[in-house]
Design a binder for this molecule. Structure first.
Ligand code: GLN
Length: 195
């Protein structure tokens, strides 16, 4: 089982470290041809407009949509969550349009640009330490989306089948449980997907 971290921009090395700590083999992915050998992929935080441009430039747009069609799991964190969304509040177009949700960018306001909190997550026993940096939030979800975490009445983590997204940066702490949760999703998916 091999999990990639999309390495066009953003927090790549930290995700690789966390995935490895969660027991997976993890690699940085720079070319779309590399997707074929992967069982799952993380889209990291960074700047979603930049990541979106690079995704198009390097042919990842359709390649990642196809990856998802094969039932292979994707995990978007912070900017990566924005990349997965069907709709971005206030923008005409979105990026991968895989997850049935509307997201709002930089949604926590200037005075709270970054903060940390202990966040309960459905499916994980104890709260995890969540680092928010100019974080987006999920404004609306479709009926097939399972809300995993809410902070101040706002959705900050969700799952839709093989797709996982969170507003915060799980790779910036030494708590690897959300990565382990994703590794389990990938393990589960490898039982059903064909290579
Ligand atoms: N604010 C960034 C965006 O809208 C996301 C921030 C992050 O990934 N830490 O793309």
């Amino acid at each position: 089982m091999k999990i990639g971290v999309l390495a066009l921009q953003g927090a790549v090395a930290e995700h690789i470290r966390s995935l490895e700590a969660a027991g997976a083999e993890a690699v940085a992915v720079k070319r779309m041809e590399e997707l074929a050998e992967l069982d799952g992929i993380v889209i990291p935080g960074g700047e979603s407009t930049t990541i979106g441009k690079l995704i198009r430039k390097y042919g990842f747009l359709e390649a990642l949509q196809d990856f998802s069609k094969q039932g292979k799991p994707l995990f978007g964190t912070c900017a990566g969550l924005i990349i997965l969304a069907d709709k971005i509040d206030g923008q005409d177009d979105a990026h991968l349009k895989l997850m049935d949700m509307v997201v709002a960018r930089n949604a926590f306001g200037r005075q709270r640009e970054s903060f940390e909190t202990d966040l309960p997550i459905k499916g994980i026993n104890e709260p995890i330490r969540a680092v928010f940096i100019r974080a987006p939030l999920i404004k609306e979800v479709g009926s097939s989306v399972d809300v995993l975490s809410v902070y101040n009445d706002e959705i900050v983590a969700a799952r839709q089948g093989h797709l996982l997204a969170c507003s915060f940066h799980p790779e910036l702490t030494d708590d690897f449980r959300l990565h382990a949760y994703f590794v389990d999703m990938v393990k589960e998916a490898t039982k059903t997907t064909t290579k």
